[in-house]
Design a protein. Structure first.
Length: 441
């Protein structure tokens, strides 16, 4: 006779313990409240102003930081009149070598991406513009006696045309328009660029851009950017200094001022102009693309030499101050050490900066202490000056020569008036080992 089924009996009726039900409920709630698939973060880096030797370093560090953070994509906002061709090629290469999709975005409203900016936009995996922005005018120019002049050398023109067309072809864009950007200085606004197939999207702001590109396929991956967190890249102190001195006008002025200051300093030594000239020349060369690390090491070594020379010469502090400035500037430019082929976390950069700046600070404090001691020694009266107007006692009759007791020592003394033994006298001078004295009045 079979047994009647009762709820809760048998294997199928075992109730799970209450803690398991609670954990399952929490996990279910967390699953429902988790962000949508692909809602990560997007790194945004701005290229404002001219494309200079500092620009490719900014893009390189931003890409490496975005890769380290696991960003979904990187957005390069463009508002530039153009810049150096070598820097443009380097930036395009960085964009192509990274595994992250790169979105070129002419931003904000009223911005332009002329010349080098247009080629960078063509090299991006996704190209977008804000309404009212313009791209084009990519014919190379050179600085001549009459100012900026268009380059008409067919060798240069053909090379730039090939570069622009190849970037457009790789990313499936209008190759003809890419060539005419260079040969005819073609300019397009956002609507025309979209119609001609030069860009993929027109987006009024960053948030709208992330929604527009969501689902777009780039570098064999589907972008999931809708609702992604916007992380803005902030250049460190090193990159900020490089951006300032990389301005072509400022770098040129530094070279000119440095050259004339060096000539003036060598022809009129001792005024410090030669030191200022060397510093200006080093900064100008770094600004024009000379190796930053070599220039930084040169400034640090120059700073150490100047401080050592200042300590040995005991001058007025000019060489020491210049040396301290060289060491501080060089230390800042040297962080991070080496080529930026790897991402250095912020904590490491802070530690490296502190490590490099501590010697500069120590040298600076030692320099200030040494200068203070030198100045104090110069203000201190000489031994002969201290002897004047001090009191001594005549040991015998001084007429005009005799002996006195001064500070527990026997001294030969002379006086213009007779002085009897036991009288107190004042020291008024000293000639070699003979004191000049007079009766204390």
């Amino acid at each position: 006779m079979g047994r009647a089924y009762r709820p809760g009996s048998g294997a199928g009726g075992v109730r799970p313990p209450a803690p398991i039900l609670f954990i399952a409920a929490v996990l279910f709630i967390l699953f429902l409240s988790a962000p949508a698939l692909g809602a990560g973060s997007v790194m945004v880096v701005a290229l404002d102003g001219a494309i200079t030797p500092a620009s490719d370093k900014i893009i390189a560090e931003a890409i490496l930081q975005a890769e380290a953070l696991g960003c979904e994509a990187i957005v390069i906002t463009l508002d530039t009149p153009g810049g150096g061709l070598s820097e443009t090629k380097e930036i395009a290469g960085l964009m192509e070598r990274t595994s992250l999709p790169v979105i070129g975005y002419v931003y904000p409203a009223g911005a332009t991406a002329w010349s080098a900016g247009t080629i960078i936009l063509l090299a991006s995996d996704v190209a977008a513009m804000v309404p009212g922005t313009i791209i084009g005018s990519a014919q190379p120019v050179q600085i001549g006696p009459m100012g900026a002049e268009a380059v008409n050398d067919s060798k240069v023109i053909n090379a730039v045309v090939a570069l622009a067309e190849e970037k457009a072809r790789i990313n499936g864009r209008n190759v003809t328009a890419a060539g005419e950007f260079v040969t005819k200085n073609l300019n397009l606004n956002a609507e025309d660029a979209l119609e001609y197939g030069v860009i993929e999207f027109i987006s009024p702001n960053l948030e709208a851009l992330l929604v527009d590109v969501d689902g777009f396929v780039a570098k064999n991956r589907t972008l999931a950017t809708s609702g992604a967190e916007i992380v803005r890249f902030q250049p460190g102190l090193r990159l900020q200094i490089l951006s300032i001195i990389s301005d072509p006008l400022l770098a040129g002025l530094l070279l000119i001022v440095g050259l004339y200051a060096l000539i003036f300093g060598l022809s009129n030594p001792g005024m410090g102009a030669e030191i200022a000239g060397v510093i200006a020349l080093a900064l100008g060369l770094i600004g024009l693309g000379f190796s930053v690390n070599i220039g930084a090491v040169f400034l640090i070594v120059l700073g150490v030499v100047l401080i050592l020379v200042e300590i040995q010469s005991a001058g007025f502090g000019l060489l020491g101050a210049a040396g301290l400035a060289c060491m501080i500037i060089g230390s800042v430019l040297l962080v991070p050490i080496g080529s930026p082929e790897w991402y250095t976390p912020a904590d490491y950069k802070i530690d490296a900066l502190i490590t490099l700046l501590i010697p500069s600070i120590v040298f600076g404090l030692f320099f200030v202490f040494a200068i203070y001691k030198v100045a104090e020694a110069r203000r201190r009266p000489t031994y002969s000056a201290k002897m004047e107007e001090e009191v001594a006692e005549a040991l015998d009759r001084i007429d005009p020569r005799g002996h006195v007791m001064y500070n527990g020592e026997y001294w030969v003394a002379v006086s213009e008036e007779p002085i009897e033994a036991g009288e107190l006298v004042e020291v008024v001078g000293k000639e070699r080992m003979v004191l000049k004295v007079r009766r204390k009045g």
